[in-house]
Design a protein around this ligand. Sequence first.
Ligand code: GLY
Length: 368
Amino acid sequence: MNSYETVLRKAAEKFRRTAEMAGQEGILPYKSADGKWITSPYDGNSWWTGGFWPGLMWQLFALTGDAFFEQEARRAEEMLCGEFRSFRYLNHDVGFMYLLSTGADYKLTGNEQARQDTLHAASLLMGRFNPVGYIRAWNHPDHVGYAIIDCMMNLSLLFWATRQTGDPRFANVARIHADMTRREFVRPDGSVSHIIELDPTSGARIGEHPGQGYGPGSSWSRGQAWGLYGFTLAAINTEDTKYLETACRIADYFIANIRPDGLTDCDFRQPAEPERVDNMAGAIAACGLLELAKAAGKPEYEQAACRLLDGIIRQCCDFSDRLCGLLTKCTASYHDDGAGQETNITYGDYFFVEALAKLNHTDPMLWR
Ligand code: GLY
């Protein structure tokens, strides 16, 4: 067993113990602290992070075949499907939410209802498309023209829906949004903006807004990671070399900013003090780099992914039962927004496990 497989199996053992607590409490975990699972701070189970818990359970089911993980994933999936009915808070992040829950269920077990639920989510994402050229991100009435870099990950749901149904509308919309993102978000040095506002009537650019990074014009590392992995997935889904070229440009910029200890600053342009780390960005980027290494035929991207994972494994994995989750130093936003700073957050655990599974050749590739 190589060292990545050892860490992966230790992670599976830990979640086999701690996931039972989530089931007993009947909750969807968002983060953990003081030996407890904690639910999302906003929008109940409709918050964008809801799919990472079932996604983690499906990853561990794919690794171990243990029916416990399947059961726990289905428990969470049912909660998420309940959100279709309330609908109010669902936004473009249905890609994150349902690819990793119902989509994963269909992929791993052939559950036909789960396939229908995933198509339902894809139709909701299509409903957010503004034909002037972008998918609307959020629901606030002041955000009608907002598009955000994170959406590159949600596009995978649309590519999936076209493959499932034979209807090119879904993939066409994904391409239009990806082309807008290349044009408006990706800067010449390979860094990306978090939020771009477009005129919802004409599609013209209005301007950039600061988001979860340090400030205007800065470089929020998780946004870089979403761009890196998102354009890689767009390239894999379309075989279009322009997306591959964009993914490589973002990857090169990300790699140039990896800290000597392998951890990832929350913003690549943040001041030296205070130190603020976001290991989720590192774990997401590692997943993207591992896929990009294959798609672009560049083994140096795999080496960079291993530097990120080694840094996390050496310094920021807590296998004790003091913490229900695994990764420490995960930061939702540079400026505290109540969603957690330098703590354990479920999507850090999800992407860390996904990256290890890729290196272990057991990743079921839930984004396709
Ligand atoms: N909104 C997605 C993120 O916080 O990364």
